[in-house]
Design a protein around this ligand. Structure first.
Ligand code: SF4
Length: 377
């Protein structure tokens, strides 16, 4: 059995933190509501994404899908379009699937019971605790990176925050510290302190309400915390992307629903093999993915993009269709679209980085504002 955790000055810490939060919290749109659906959407969006990025997405998403019914009844492509640019598209798929389960099995209400809410797609311990504490005032602690950092410095916790087994320890500490009368407020206060004062780089200790009870501050060891294990460097891949042109249209393909960028549309392409030129890789990838033979027309641009676990450096080519009929291997759908239709499809951020160059280049060649007309297969 794990030894009990004792937190010195626990009542003082709760009181001071709560007081500070009431005076200094940001008036974020999801803090103006008690609607469990809106809180759920905000918590899903805030996973892996910064507050300032989330705000416009949150507002327009709720405008487009104001309740669980409207989300459940919508087409997944519309949900992905609303999510476009926010990344981690599995979150949008899960939100949509969970909304359908909620209307079918929970009378269109987000369940307020731990076991039930955790069975919904995309709702793990963190989001469940956030929803249940904030929307339903249930005493579940939340533990994210901000909370771990604050606890680590406050109590001089020696366990590395990035070791996966450390989560259990930080959870138990938070359980002990949580104000069970106002759990939602307390959870948000801890996260807010981490975001505004006990920041990742240089914490703003003179502004901190917990300064007198902070062990690392009192011992002059703030910069030693949080402890971290050295992580492996992020792999980088060189890839190619091909914009295939045929009869004034360009080819886009849709990824399968599961996995990285699930259900999104994109241009064909893939990794450059050892010893291969980018041009040869582009021709090969297009042949392998969609069975078309193409000729390289010209180089368009370079694109760099970082995903969670790897980075890409892409070379983008404009290609001309030569021969072949489309046969998909990997993608699940395709369209030949006119340039001005590109906005109708949800595309990953890496594609958006070169689309302005593509539009400029193709419009210059066509000497037209844009080609118009319906997408074709
Ligand atoms: Fe963080 Fe400094 Fe406050 Fe301690 S005193 S919790 S290190 S901001």
């Amino acid at each position: 059995m794990d030894p009990p955790i004792t937190i010195p000055h626990r009542e003082d810490l709760r009181r001071l933190l709560t007081l500070w939060y009431k005076q200094h919290r940001r008036m974020l749109p999801w803090r103006m509501t008690k609607d469990p659906y809106a809180i759920w959407v905000s918590e899903v969006m805030l996973q892996q994404t910064q507050v300032k990025t989330v705000i416009p997405y949150y507002l327009s998403f709720l405008d487009r899908f104001p309740d669980v019914e409207s989300l459940a009844r919508s087409n997944i492509q519309d949900v992905l379009k609303a999510w476009e640019g926010l990344g981690y598209y599995g979150r949008a798929h899960n939100l949509h699937s969970a909304a359908q389960i909620i209307i079918n099995e929970h009378s269109s209400r987000l369940p307020a019971i731990w076991k039930q809410i955790c069975r919904l797609p995309g709702i793990g311990d963190y989001i469940a605790a956030a929803i249940l504490s904030i929307a339903f005032n249930q005493a579940y602690p939340v533990v994210d990176g901000n909370v771990k950092r604050v606890l680590s410095r406050l109590l001089q916790i020696e366990i590395p925050v990035n070791r996966s087994s450390s989560h259990k320890h930080f959870y138990r500490v938070m359980q002990e510290l949580l104000d069970s009368r106002h759990p939602g407020q307390f959870n948000q206060a801890m996260m807010e302190l981490g975001a505004l004062v006990c920041k990742p780089g240089q914490p703003l200790c003179p502004q901190c309400p917990l300064l007198l009870n902070c062990q690392s501050y009192q011992n002059g060891t703030v910069t030693d915390y949080p402890k971290r294990e050295r992580s492996r460097p992020t792999p980088q891949y060189r890839i190619v992307i091909g914009v295939v042109r045929k009869d004034g249209r360009i080819l886009i393909t849709r990824r399968k629903a599961k996995g990285l960028l699930g259900g999104m549309w994109e241009f064909p392409g893939g990794k450059i093999k050892a010893g291969e030129t980018p041009e040869a890789a582009c021709i090969r990838e297009i042949k392998e993915e969609v069975n078309l033979t193409v000729k390289i027309d010209s180089f368009l641009t370079h694109v760099k993009h970082a995903y969670t676990h790897f980075k890409i450096h892409a070379e983008v080519f404009i290609c001309n269709y030569s021969t072949g009929a489309i046969r998909l291997r990997g993608p699940v759908d395709y369209r030949w679209i006119a340039l001005d239709e590109i906005d109708q499809y949800p595309l990953p951020k890496a594609n958006h980085k070169f689309i302005p160059f593509l539009i400029k280049e193709l419009q210059k060649r066509m000497k037209l504002p844009a080609l118009r007309g319906g997408a074709s297969r």
